[in-house]
Design a protein around this ligand. Structure first.
Ligand code: SF4
Length: 345
């Protein structure tokens, strides 16, 4: 897998940088700063910003110098803006060379990218395939890959290879198929995600399935969970997806049983309370909150620590072995103390 440096990030080294995109007016310096800072503070590794004029490029550049963070410019057709963003030090520029009006213009964009160490991103959205492509290849994964390939070949003719690729659709199945097909033919880093996924939990589920399927195949070097609304949510869910996949282990993972009639306490509230109490932990630790001691200790045998049982028979256990019995309230506090001490070591 080809590795690519994007600002202070390396794509292809095993870490999966999280991306998001601002949606306040780029011309509003204060709003852009506030939203970009909020994204970065919540764990966004690379912020993308739509840049539609020279003034916006300059505002954006200053904001991200102030934030000391890499930024990706999203350019539609204006190659001069792409050159300017590159010259201003943007880490990455999203532009499709087939859309900017000729080979000489591509040459200027490439020359600026080479001179400044800028990465380019080319991408295809299944909804906007060119009619020449659909006439020959239809509207499926093959057409998406051929569309991206056309853009890559334009850049390669200019001897430019520092390119990140995206192939997105609002269909989970098509996105996964297109990315798998691309990876079987090319080793450019992939920016993965489901586009136009919608709002709320339906959109999150679509993103989690699509991104999860690809990452479990080892496909995807950076990701975005595209959601309508506040982009900070994109970052929050991206982190949850990486944690669920084991790509980020530096946190306190709280597992809990689904409960059954053997459980005689409000396990869901206790597990939620414990999760909130340990949210700031950045060391890998797995904690189980289980409904009964008969089955719970064994079922959560892979947890580092846990409690099982409720009011009458609460036990603390570690790695599947009972440590001690305590009244329920004391057991909760003791578990929290043990986990805190372990992660502070
Ligand atoms: S751990 Fe006990 S309470 Fe929880 S689901 Fe299993 S048997 Fe039921």
């Amino acid at each position: 897998m080809k590795q690519l440096k994007v600002g202070n990030l390396i794509l292809g080294d095993g870490a999966i940088p999280i991306q998001s995109m601002t949606n306040v007016p780029t011309s509003d310096r204060e709003a852009l700063y506030a939203q970009a800072k909020s994204l970065i503070d919540n764990g966004c590794d690379l912020v993308r910003v739509a840049v539609c004029s020279r003034a916006e490029a300059e505002i954006c550049s200053k904001v991200f110098v102030e934030l000391n963070a890499p930024v990706c410019a999203d350019i539609q057709y204006d190659y001069k803006l792409a050159v300017l963003c590159s010259d201003l030090g943007f880490a990455k520029v999203r532009i499709n060379p087939g859309n900017i009006g000729g080979d000489d213009k591509v040459g200027e964009v490439v020359a600026a990218a080479k001179a400044n160490g800028t990465v380019l991103r080319v991408g295809v959205n299944s909804g906007s395939l060119h009619k020449d492509i659909t006439a020959q290849y239809g509207k499926g994964a093959e057409a998406m890959v051929k569309s991206v390939e056309q853009n890559l070949r334009i850049l390669e003719r200019h001897n430019f290879f520092d390119t990140v690729v995206s192939l997105k659709s609002s269909s989970v199945a098509l996105t996964v198929e297109a990315n798998r097909l691309f990876r079987s033919r090319f080793d450019y880093p992939l920016h993965i995600g489901i586009t136009e996924s919608g709002i709320g939990e339906n959109a999150v589920i679509k993103s989690a399935i699509g991104i999860g399927a690809l990452l479990l195949d080892g496909i995807g070097e950076t990701l975005r969970v595209s959601l309508s609304g506040d982009p900070v949510a994109e970052v929050v869910y991206a982190k949850k997806i990486l944690r669920a996949l084991g790509k980020d282990k530096n946190f306190c993972e709280v597992i809990s049983c689904p409960t059954c009639s053997r459980c005689n306490y409000d396990l869901a509230s206790i597990a939620d309370k414990f999760q909130k109490a340990t949210a700031s932990i950045t060391k890998p630790v797995k904690v189980a909150i289980m409904g009964c001691s008969v089955n719970g200790i064994g079922e959560a045998g892979d947890a580092d620590f846990g409690i099982a049982g409720g009011r009458e028979d609460c036990v603390i256990f570690a790695h599947g072995k009972l440590i001690r019995k305590l009244p329920f309230n004391e057991a909760y506090n003791e578990l929290l103390k043990m986990v805190t001490e372990f992660t502070n070591e």
